[in-house]
Design a protein around this ligand. Structure first.
Ligand SMILES: [Zn+2]
Length: 402
């Protein structure tokens, strides 16, 4: 749940009037949040030469609100992409398309009836992120995709995700709980990953009759080196009760690496690497994976199952890898004892994530660690979009906060 703006800290809503229909502009926001400030903007008539950073700084300054107290509501995905780079909360009205998955806003809703749930904090966000943050329920993000088989036949189906994965190389967002858990799951069993898949599969089964559950298979070298097989560690207890178990319906025939490849190369590298193991004819299948990056691997695996006669193949991944960059340099928390940066750490005693420096366990007191909730809030303050805020002291001299 690494959102730049937590709903319970919300003080300002910015409405993009160019992209929203009138119902969202006239919505009774004060009925749900009595003290909220509303600013209406028309980005299309703004001077295009003004950087988004300065434009937003001016609004925040005029409203005396911080970026971590602000959410922007828009129906324009390309505008939201810009807004998230300056660390302001984002809510998309509409549907996510596959090409936009790498820049996912904090919330996506497709009808005005769902707006109150967001404002009241009942919609907490994407299920994987909410689970990693506070072990509560969230919702799945979905988008449609089309799979084209080698014979030209087209299949329209869905991709489902539990949230966003932030790769370290992009430096947009470090210290993300879900991303930390995903990396941990590559090596050991992680109970919240099990809960995520179990609940997500149950959720999809409410919409579609599912006959089989399978996963992206390990590469031959992973089997040979006896690497941890994360999907086989899943218990999926609720689904197992009705007999839906994870099966190895796909096998990987040769080793391949996608590192450093561009999209066209990725598609080429993965072509034909999978083969179907068992009978999939006429079946509705959920195919699971951890991180969806370019999607080449997942889409190739789906194609392989369709070509073997599957009726429908639905993809489910924990998260989509994000590409968002920011003009603001990400600043980490610093330990008050040793001044070294604090990072997310998994505290074995409580099975919880917290913030600590590399030496936290040998520091004399508990002040050297910070709870996940407090740490994330401090990071939002530290990484806010900064504007100079003038207040005057009793002598009329401006006080500048740093
Ligand atoms: Zn320290």
């Amino acid at each position: 749940m690494w959102k730049w703006t937590q709903i319970n800290h919300l003080r300002l809503i910015i409405l993009d009037c160019d992209s929203l229909n009138q119902a969202y502009i006239d919505f009774p926001y004060h009925q749900y949040l009595p003290d909220i400030e509303i600013v209406k903007i028309n980005p299309q008539s703004q001077d295009q030469n003004i950087e988004i950073k300065y434009f937003m700084e001016d609004i925040l300054k005029a409203m005396r609100c911080q970026s971590y107290e602000t959410i922007l509501i828009s129906g324009d995905m390309s505008y939201l992409k810009e807004i998230m780079t300056v660390h302001i909360g984002t809510l998309l009205i509409g549907h996510i398309q596959q090409k936009d998955l790498k820049y996912m806003p904090d919330f996506v809703i497709d009808s005005i009836d769902l707006l109150a749930d967001v404002l009241l904090g009942q919609n907490k966000g994407y299920s994987g992120e909410v689970l990693a943050f506070e072990n509560k329920k969230g919702s799945l993000l979905s988008c449609q995709t089309e799979i084209v088989a080698d014979d030209g036949k087209r299949y329209l189906t869905e991709l489902y995700f539990g949230g966003r994965y932030y790769p370290e190389k992009h430096q947009y967002l470090l210290d993300d709980p879900l991303s930390y858990m995903i990396l941990k799951f590559k090596h050991v069993y992680v109970d919240i990953m099990d809960t995520f898949f179990d609940e997500a599969v149950m959720e999809i089964r409410k919409k579609e009759k599912i006959d089989a559950l399978t996963y992206i298979p390990p590469k031959p070298q992973d089997i040979e080196k006896k690497r941890f097989q994360r999907f086989l560690s899943l218990k999926l207890e609720r689904n197992a009760q009705d007999g839906l178990m994870l099966k190895d319906l796909l096998l990987c025939q040769c080793d391949f690496s996608q590192k450093g490849n561009d999209l066209a190369e990725r598609r080429q590298t993965v072509k034909g690497v999978f083969r179907v193991n068992g009978d999939v004819k006429g079946k509705n299948i959920i195919l699971i994976d951890d991180v969806f990056s370019s999607g080449s691997t997942m889409l190739e695996a789906m194609k392989t199952l369709y070509e073997a006669g599957a009726n429908k193949v639905i993809a489910l991944a924990i998260a989509v890898s994000q590409m968002t960059e920011s003009p603001l340099t990400y600043q980490k928390l610093v330990c008050s004892h040793c001044q070294e940066p604090m990072e997310l750490v998994y505290y074995r005693k409580t099975h919880k994530l917290l913030f600590g420096c590399p030496h936290y366990s040998s520091h004399p007191d508990q002040k050297s660690i910070m709870s996940l909730r407090l740490g994330l809030f401090c990071l939002k303050k530290k990484n806010r979009l900064y504007y100079e805020d003038y207040e005057y002291d009793e002598y009329g001299v401006p006080i500048i906060y740093s």
